[in-house]
Design a protein around this ligand. Structure first.
Ligand code: S3P
Length: 442
């Protein structure tokens, strides 16, 4: 699917974005392992989250779905049943990595597979620590899926320091710890998203967290059973981030995005943008098991920054948008410590450098980052990006960041291969147009 984007629009109005992707996955997983009925409201009906939902249905869990209201009849920690065939997780790395941690502990064999992009993604980061616990998971020779998961009798707990900033690896091991003997301890030296920790606490799973300076220790004791509970999923900050970007860079814009998750492990984008001079206000903050607020954004003049690499794990999915903001800022922006971007749905450093190049922006890639030269500020009113065709490489976040970049081009742009937007953001085009944009399918 190719999208045609008309430039020069202002964004005005109030919107609500769909439910948080990371929280929706985890809610289905914990609810399936609980003993009894849990409800999930505000569930994200995107392809990735539906891949998780369908996987648990294939694993014998009854799940009623009435749009974004979900009722899960959990069958207990060991209540899943062997699926008839391999589980297809589509494009979803989160589903693949977290579900592996759960299926590793079940008393049956299973196979996990996915689409062309998922079959290229690295899995040794989970298979190595899982196998060191005594689990038995086999990837392809190059460490990619499909993954074969074999039934084992006994597994020991793990004491593991995460070698990279990855919430998926952390969460996979947290789930796997539920089926091990004794207490497991997972140590992280970078603050990655903590939705699994919060979800475990919400389901009263025995977990203890201690934090000392930059180190965090998560200790998990396997429970006998998990009590069901009711979850309300907030709006996804990552989806909101595309409208934050668009409103900042489009003249005369003013938007309010309601009910968005503002968990600090996710909102490094706001920290970076404020340092760049962005006019963003947090309104009506509320604290549930996840912090939530409304975000107000007005058009802003931005200046380039050197991003603190410690912020990278908290802005990992919003870096494509930060690249676009940097290209319109005064001066050069330098980003380092972002090698993980190369292992996403596409190599996002490479994909975004190509987008920037098509827009006429000068950037320099290094192995773990990029330098982006902001455009001449005297040209800012006249476009200032070149127009043309941009490939999103089938990567939803590259697609949406490039679409927002196209708002500041001199003419109409075509953004190619956008079908995967629906993996994280169903209704993206309609919501964008509701705010005043002009995006259509070719
Ligand atoms: C996610 C973790 C991040 C993120 C992804 C969702 C999660 O991946 O990029 O979109 O829900 O745990 P990594 O753990 O690979 O950084």
């Amino acid at each position: 699917m190719d999208l045609i984007v008309e430039p020069g629009r202002a964004l005005k109005g109030e919107i609500q974005v769909p439910g948080d992707k990371s929280i929706s996955h985890r809610a289905i997983m914990c609810a399936s392992l609980a003993s009894g009925v849990s409800t999930i409201s505000g569930f994200l009906e995107s392809e990735d989250c539906l891949a998780t939902l369908k996987a648990f249905q294939s694993l014998g869990i009854n799940i009623d779905r009435n749009r974004s209201l979900i009722k899960v009849q959990g069958k207990g920690l060991y209540g899943l049943k062997k699926p008839d065939k391999s589980l297809d997780l589509g494009n979803s790395g989160t589903s693949m990595r977290l579900i592996t941690g759960i299926l590793a502990g079940q008393k049956f064999n299973s196979v996990l597979s996915g689409d062309e992009s998922l079959l290229k993604r690295p899995m040794e980061r989970i298979t190595n620590p899982l196998n060191s616990m005594g689990y038995s998971i086999k990837a392809q020779e190059d460490g990619t899926p499909p993954l074969e998961i074999f039934n084992v009798q006994k597994v020991s707990s793990i004491n593991y320091e995460l070698p990279m900033a990855s919430a998926q690896v952390k969460s996979c091991l947290m789930f796997a710890s539920l089926f091990a003997e004794g207490e497991s301890v997972i140590k992280e030296n970078f603050r990655t998203r903590d939705h699994t920790e919060r979800m475990f606490l919400k389901f009263a799973i025995p977990i203890h967290i201690s934090e000392l300076e930059s180190t965090k220790l998560i200790s998990i004791t396997p429970p006998k059973d998990i009590k069901p509970c009711d979850i309300n999923v907030c709006g996804d900050f990552s989806s909101a981030s595309f409208f934050i970007l668009a409103a900042l860079i489009s003249p005369n814009s003013h938007v309010l995005i309601r009910n968005v998750g503002i968990n600090s492990t996710r909102t490094g984008f706001l920290v970076a943008l404020r340092e760049m001079g962005a006019n963003i206000t947090i309104k009506n903050p509320k604290n549930s098991f996840e912090p939530v607020a409304d975000i107000e954004v007005k058009t802003s003049k931005l200046k380039g920054v050197t991003l603190d690499p410690k912020l990278v794990p908290n802005i990992i999915d919003e870096l494509p948008s930060l690249f676009i903001a940097s290209a319109l800022a005064e001066g050069t922006t330098k980003i380092r410590g972002a090698k993980e971007l190369r292992y996403k749905e596409s190599d996002r450093l490479e994909s975004m450098a190509q987008s920037l190049d098509k827009f006429g922006v000068t950037s320099k890639l290094v192995e773990d980052g990029i330098d982006i030269k902001g455009l001449d500020q005297s040209d800012l009113d006249k476009g200032p990006f070149d127009s043309g065709e941009i490939d999103s490489f089938g990567d939803h976040r590259v697609a949406m960041a490039s679409i927002m970049g196209a708002l500041r081009s001199k003419g109409t742009c075509k953004i190619k291969n956008c079908e995967n937007i629906s993996t994280s953001f169903p209704g993206f085009i309609e919501l964008s147009n509701q705010l005043g944009l002009d995006i259509k399918k070719e």
